[in-house]
Design a binder for this molecule. Structure first.
Ligand SMILES: *[C@@H]1O[C@H](CO)[C@@H](O)[C@H](O)[C@H]1NC(C)=O
Length: 218
C-alpha cells in the first residue's frame, strides 16, 4: 500500500514538472504588457493554459497564437511568445489515448511568422525524439508550410505517431507507419520526377516508375 502511494506521488510530481512548461508559455505572454491595451496581454496569457489541456481542440492554441499577434502586434517579442505557444506541448489524457493530437487545419496559424513551426510532444511517445528536435529547430528555421497544416508539416518532417484533429473537432488517424511511408515515397517520387524534368536525362521515365513503386510498397 505504501509503495503504491509513493509511486502515485512520484507520478504526480512528474506530471506537475511537465505541467510547468505551460506556465513558461503563460509567463512569456503575460510579459507582453507593453503591447496592446492595458490588460490585454494578461487576458491572453490567462487563456493559454486552457488551450494546452488534454481536452482542448488541437487547433485552439493556434487560434490563440493568431489572436495574440492580432491584438498585440507583430513586434519580435510578441511573435516569439506566440511562436512558443504554437510550439508548446499539448497534453493528452494518458488514460484515454497514448498519442497526442495535432491540428490538421491548413489555414492555422494564419500569421505568416507563425507558420512552419511544429509542436513538442510527450517524450514518452514513440517518435518524440524526432518531433521534439524538429520543434526546437522550427522555432528558428520554420519548415515549409505552404498550404499545409501543422499536422501535415509534422508528417512531412518524419513524425506521424499522432491523431490529426480539425478545427471542428473531428479526428483522423494518421497511421504512423503507413502514411509516413506513403508520403515519403510520394514526395521522393515527385522530387525525382521534377529533377528528371529539369535535366535532359534519358532515364526520366524509368526513374518515375521506380520511385513511385517504392513509395507504394513502403
Ligand atoms: C506511438 O506511441 C505510442 C506511445 O505513446 C506507442 O505505444 C505506439 O507503439 C507508437 N506507435 C507507432 C506506430 O510508433
Amino acid at each position: 500500500m505504501y509503495s503504491k502511494i509513493a509511486a502515485l506521488a512520484a507520478l504526480v510530481a512528474f506530471a506537475e514538472a511537465r505541467f510547468g512548461q505551460e506556465g513558461l508559455v503563460q509567463n512569456q505572454i503575460s510579459a507582453l504588457g507593453n503591447f496592446g491595451n492595458p490588460g490585454q496581454a494578461a487576458t491572453l496569457a490567462g487563456a493559454s493554459p486552457g488551450v494546452l489541456l488534454g481536452g482542448a481542440n488541437a487547433c485552439a492554441k493556434l487560434e490563440l497564437a493568431d489572436q495574440i499577434v492580432a491584438e498585440l502586434g507583430n513586434d519580435p517579442e510578441v511573435i516569439a511568445a506566440a511562436a512558443a505557444l504554437v510550439a508548446a506541448e499539448k497534453n493528452f489524457n494518458n488514460f484515454a489515448a497514448s498519442i497526442p493530437t495535432i491540428c490538421s487545419d491548413p489555414n492555422l496559424p494564419a500569421t505568416p511568422e507563425l507558420r512552419g513551426i511544429v509542436p513538442l510532444v510527450d517524450p514518452g511517445v514513440v517518435g518524440s525524439d524526432i518531433e521534439n528536435a524538429n520543434s526546437a529547430s522550427s522555432l528558428t528555421n520554420p519548415f515549409n508550410a505552404d498550404g499545409l497544416s501543422q499536422a501535415d508539416v509534422a508528417i512531412a518532417n518524419g513524425f506521424s505517431n499522432f491523431t490529426a484533429q480539425a478545427s471542428d473537432g473531428s479526428t483522423a488517424d494518421v497511421g504512423a507507419g503507413g502514411n509516413a511511408g506513403g508520403n515519403a515515397g510520394g514526395n521522393a517520387g515527385d522530387n525525382a520526377g521534377n529533377n528528371g524534368n529539369n535535366g535532359n536525362g534519358n532515364n526520366v521515365d524509368n526513374g518515375n516508375a521506380n520511385n513511385g513503386n517504392n513509395g507504394n510498397v513502403n
